[in-house]
Design a protein. Sequence first.
Length: 455
Amino acid sequence: ASRASNCYLQCSHLPSVMPATVGLILLGVVRVAWASHAACAGTACANPASGAGLLQKSARRAEDVLSANRLDSALAHASLDDQLSLVREAVKELVSAKQSEGASTTQHPNWVPRKGDSDHESGSYVTWNALQKLHDEIENTSLKKVWADHEAAKADLDKAKQLVEACSSNYLNKDTTQSLQGQVSQLDKEATDCAAKVSKLQANHSQAIDKLRAFIDGVHLCKDFTGLTADAAKTAFEDMSTSIQENQKQFLDLEAKSATSTEAYTTEDTSCNATALSFEILSCELMTAISDELSSYKTCRTMQEEHLKTTWTNQSSKAEIRKQDYAAYTKIQCYIKVLSLTDAGEQQAQFGKCQDDVPTDDLDLVQPTTPDQADTTQLISDQKDAQATCPAATTTAKTTTATTAATTTTATTTTTSTTTTTTTTTTTTTTTTTTTTTTTTTTTTTTTTTTTTTT
């Protein structure tokens, strides 16, 4: 049996199937040997001198080592709940076994390895070593991962909330829209100012035309020369010539003022029309830009709020699992720590504490609140104003290609030409007198002056 036990221990480094198989064979041999020897139990077998006692102790040691190795393998492949059950039962058995063997409660447990201790190859030691290895793995890896996952979950929830908040900065009040708003506001002011100026120039223009028309209608240069003497006719001609010159000067002055007012009015009117047209076109662009922003923002909020809800659902479920894992890890460590106690009463008290609920409040997650909707009141107001200014579709023709949206605008300016024709009649009288014959020759020359003003 001693040789068989040593053989088993030497084979323990092989794959798990081999020690298990060898162990079972050895146990069979040992049981056959037990059949022909007296039974050994309790303290009677603690330090057998020879014979059946030694054989039974060796067999029991081999079986203990086999069971301990099976526990080590089981712990390595078991679920966390199963690990907890295995550890609880293993600790319970170890404590019971040591107490039943009469181990001192004031000395260090003999399954804890000490220098020179012959029990370092026993099943108890192998079990203790497997449990201690599990304890260290939980302390150095498992629990750290629980807290790391907890922090990662909080970060994931914060990120999901930030994505909801980012919808405002990503889709509202973009630089292009703000630039359009500034241009539209400026063009609105310019269009209002120039409209008032055009109205004033139009009034001046109409007044100048009316004065010129009234002057022309009031010119009466023709005179009845019937029955006049030569002297009277001469005087009349001289008066007419002076009147014509004066009227012509006044006419030219009024005509120049009329032309100037016409040019000022038409120039400003053309410029103002262009400003108004630009104002309308940019208003249409602004209306479209704001509509796109509001639509994109709404879509973003819908998607990200749903993502936030889904993230919370997933993370809260994972948090519950983490709490269960944390409680299990803590209890496993608690049970393993029982083995470090020497007093039986302390062991029992510690074992009882390990069955209590483990606080997990520190692993609670706080459900993030959904951020408030952005204030889009001003945007909606600007959109309505732009829509009111945007002309009908027939005013603005839009040509769209695959990559560029170009707006083509044709502005037609009609220039009104006013032509005024003035006819001035000049009469020249020549009188020749002799002592015998008087001949009066009257030559009438008609001069037509045509002035054409084109703006």
